[in-house]
Design a protein around this ligand. Structure first.
Ligand SMILES: *Cc1c(COP(=O)(O)O)cnc(C)c1O
Length: 435
């Protein structure tokens, strides 16, 4: 399979080329040149998440240098569970995506991308520096995934004082080939510095750079696997498609579900749950697509005013009327997030993180409109990551999962940096030979 740009202005690239480049040369996003259909028989005997992933992704890797390594990449990167757990509410299960090293679903994509990049990097190649601007979960997942990988190093930029203390600790606790910079500025400043560096040919001549942001195919493709796995488990048990509600910011997780359905997996309805950042719900309700500056909410990993994967959605559904018919998108405000978390334990038997709470609220609206069938709510993070929001609402401490506790036990350190490009390149050059 080859990959073309959503903007149509580039030659077809191999998967390996698309992984190395991140963004297509014309500024668009890489998309497959044809959508494969994967027959359900192909999944016979595939029970684990890694086995489902290897079979589902095989057509996406066909003909690429990484094709032979795909089963090993899946086994290495997708080595933790994504269980589909029933709740106390009939027809409502939770797809738990937080059993990875940093307790959020971004571990799946980050670990898969790292396993691919490791194999694309020759032992004699100049070390590659992966740059990540983060407002929380992405940076930690990428840091954990690339930690101690030879020939690769990670530089994380985050806005000082604007991530939770537990998130800051996770970003700074790795060391070795991972360096955390706490930037005196906003998330947008961090993103601007990363973009400028990635476009700086002189800098790239001194040190090859790479990006790990949410538009990377290396993160997007593996996210199809847990939606597919859950749908197969459900279909084997019940013989019906599984409907999904996905907490949505940049549309990475939800678009992976959409791709899995387009490949022929037994996924039924897909509902997108946003927080107060309602660009997608407005569009699906009939308004023009109008990106906005992002608003700060309790579900901060979804504080996105211009969903980066929207271009891929337009590519898959070029006709606007068809696109609007294919999904539901609903916005959930902070007051509702609080209310869902506060009653979640009594009603569902679950403590929800603020992002997952958005999806629960959307499920409840659909049910109130008499939507039938079985639903899986994607639980994108463990509630212990957002203890300052969650604990006062549920009235007790939330146990920290062991992998997260191990990270929080390590000492953490981040270097302060001005939101200034000269300061950034100075740090990059000074530490070029580390790691
Ligand atoms: C990143 C993130 C989201 C949003 O996912 P997108 O792929 O950006 O739509 C939702 N919940 C959590 C916990 C996240 O970290």
């Amino acid at each position: 399979m080859k990959y073309t740009s959503t903007r149509g202005g580039t030659d077809p690239a191999t998967l390996s080329e698309a992984l190395a480049a991140g963004l297509a040369p014309d500024g668009g996003l890489f998309v497959p040149d044809a959508m494969p259909r994967v027959p359900l028989e192909d999944f016979e005997g595939a029970d684990s998440l890694a086995a489902v992933a290897a079979r589902l992704l095989a057509p996406f890797f066909a003909g690429d240098a990484l094709a032979d390594a795909l089963p090993a990449i899946c086994a290495e990167a997708l080595d933790f569970e994504a269980p589909l757990k029933p709740t106390r509410v009939d027809g409502c299960a939770v797809l738990e995506l937080f059993h990875g090293p940093t307790a959020a679903f971004k571990d799946f994509g980050a670990r898969f991308l790292a396993a691919c990049m490791q194999r694309l990097h020759g032992p004699g190649d100049t070390p590659r520096t992966i740059l990540v601007a983060t407002s929380g979960d992405t940076g930690a997942a990428v840091a954990a995934a690339f930690h101690r990988r030879p020939g690769l190093r990670v530089v994380i930029l985050y806005p000082d004082g604007r991530v939770s203390p537990r998130q800051a600790h996770q970003l700074g606790c790795f060391g070795d080939n991972v360096r955390a910079l706490r930037v005196d500025g906003s998330f947008d400043d961090c993103q601007r510095l990363v973009k400028q560096a990635l476009g700086d040919a002189a800098l790239q001549a001194r040190m090859p750079l790479g990006s790990a942001n949410s538009i990377s195919l290396g993160r997007l493709l593996p996210q199809m696997a847990y939606h597919a796995h859950a749908a197969l488990v459900h279909a084997r048990r019940r013989g019906t498609p599984l409907n999904l509600v996905v907490p949505t910011g940049n549309l990475g997780n939800a678009f992976a579900a959409i791709l899995a359905r387009a490949c022929g997996l037994p996924v039924g309805a897909i509902a997108l749950a946003t927080n107060a950042n309602a660009v997608l719900p407005h569009f699906f309700a009939g308004a023009d697509y109008a990106p906005q500056p992002s608003l700060a909410t309790l579900a901060n990993a979804m504080d996105v005013g211009a969903p980066s994967n929207f271009e891929r959605l337009r590519w898959l559904y070029p006709d606007t009327a068809n696109l609007r018919k294919a999904f539901v998108a609903e916005s959930v405000d902070d007051a509702t997030i609080r209310a869902v978390i506060a009653r979640g334990e009594a009603q569902y038997g679950e403590v929800f993180c603020p992002h997952t709470a958005c999806a629960i609220a959307v499920f409840e609206r659909l049910r109130a409109r008499r939507a039938g069938g079985d639903w899986a709510i994607a639980a994108t993070a463990h509630p212990a990551k957002f203890e300052r929001v969650v604990e006062p609402l549920v009235g007790h401490a939330v146990d920290v999962p062991p992998a997260l506790a191990a990270l929080l036990d390590r000492p953490a350190c981040a270097e302060p940096m001005a939101a200034d490009y000269a300061a950034f390149t100075h740090v990059l050059d000074r530490t070029r030979h580390a790691g």
